[in-house]
Design a protein around this ligand. Structure first.
Ligand code: NAD
Length: 347
């Protein structure tokens, strides 16, 4: 591979080395803690500002900390003794959230700024940052029949207002901590992650979870209509959570990827209309579609170009959308049923 760097070898991770995960009360962080626990790691510190009862997943045997990591002193405490840090904390949500709350999204810059510094000071060996496809130039995403985005398409910079700028600037922090200070940083640009144990209601949920919930709700209320944001022609690719956590692990342990942003996403491009059809098929219904043309819809089209990840890792996310949606639909159905029976669920 070109530009291969000579990197000082660090000791391989021992099963009792400390792994820190921020945002672990959320969707991807929670699933990542579970993934590392299943791999046999015995010291995982899971951190989130949410109270414990609001966490999607609580992984037995992990140390939990309820702390706000936009505060510097908390970041120092969180990183103490860590061998690896995975920073997944961010104030974020689906299009409805990131188009409306740009200031909240931008303020997540404090999280990475303090976390990467604290990780560096604590002598952490590897630091992972969760970036996003929203960091890409929006001018390349104006057409539903979009050309897939490759890593170099982030520049010249014109990312999503608010959220996308925060991701891009945080990426630069990570790159400079490597260039100037030698902290091994790793940056993945996630493309729409979905699956069980994520937000499915309340305004921060993303399209796959929202559509599953709407279909379940329509069936439950015996009102076979569904409201769709936009005209349904906007296209996206969606990555299943199991591929996401596997990809995070592989990227963070590949020295050729130090300080090098890389796409982590599926290449299975679908329109929102296709997504609804897939969920309808799983549920065994056909709903009448009502398009809300004034609702947030985001860019017209976005897909992941996986040339680079295939070249470096010899792997790419490959769970089919139909398979991933089936388990997501089942989990949301269980949550919906539990809530209806008055049992407390996290949303
Ligand atoms: P999530 O909202 O489920 O989880 C994020 C967690 O971070 C939440 O539990 C939240 O309470 C926590 N958090 C926010 N601010 C905090 C703070 N100051 N201190 C401590 N905890 C804080 O989101 P997710 O889907 O799990 O996303 C994880 C990461 O991946 C985020 O950085 C997000 O921007 C990125 N990402 C996600 C997607 C996706 O499709 N889910 C796509 C691109 C990028």
């Amino acid at each position: 591979m070109q530009n291969k760097r000579l990197v000082e070898k660090d000791a391989p991770m021992r099963k009792d080395d400390l792994i820190v995960i921020t945002g672990a009360g959320g969707f991807i962080g929670g699933n990542l803690a579970q993934y590392f626990a299943k791999k046999g790691f015995t010291r995982i510190r899971a951190v989130d500002r949410k109270p414990l009862y609001d966490w999607y997943l609580r992984v037995p045997g992990t140390e939990t900390m309820c702390l706000d990591v936009s505060e510097e002193a908390n970041c120092r405490r969180v990183c103490e003794g860590a061998a690896e840090v995975y920073n997944l904390a961010a104030d974020m949500g689906g299009m409805g959230f990131i188009e409306r709350f740009r200031v909240e999204c931008l303020r997540s810059i404090l999280i990475n700024t303090h976390m990467v510094e604290a990780a560096y000071r604590a002598g952490v060996r590897r630091y992972f940052f969760s970036s996003s496809a929203c960091a890409y130039n929006i001018e390349l995403q104006q057409d539903p029949a979009v050309r897939a985005l490759k890593e170099s398409d982030a520049y010249p910079a014109m990312p999503e207002r608010g959220y996308g700028w925060e991701k891009l600037v945080s990426e630069i922090f990570c790159q400079e901590y490597w260039a100037e200070r030698g902290l091994k940083t790793f940056i993945a640009r996630f493309h729409n992650v979905y699956g069980p144990h994520g937000t499915w209601d309340g305004g921060r949920e993303k399209a796959p979870a929202a559509i599953c919930r709407k279909v379940i709700d329509a069936i439950d209320r015996k009102d076979l209509r569904i409201k769709i944001w936009g005209d349904g022609t906007q296209t996206r690719s969606f990555m299943y959570i199991d591929d996401c956590v596997k990809g995070i692990d592989r990227i963070t342990h590949t020295d050729d990827l130090i300080a090098t942003p890389i796409n982590l996403g599926s290449t299975e491009l679908v329109s929102i209309n296709d997504l609804v059809s897939k969920v309808e098929k799983i549920a065994g219904v056909k709903l009448q579609r009502e398009y809300q043309l004034d609702a947030p819809r985001g860019v017209a089209g976005r897909n992941s170009d996986n040339t680079f990840i295939k070249q470096v890792l010899g792997w790419e996310p490959d769970t089919s959308l139909s398979k991933g949606l089936a388990s997501t639909y089942k989990w949301i159905g269980q949550q919906y049923g539990a809530r209806k029976q008055g049992r407390r669920v996290v949303e």
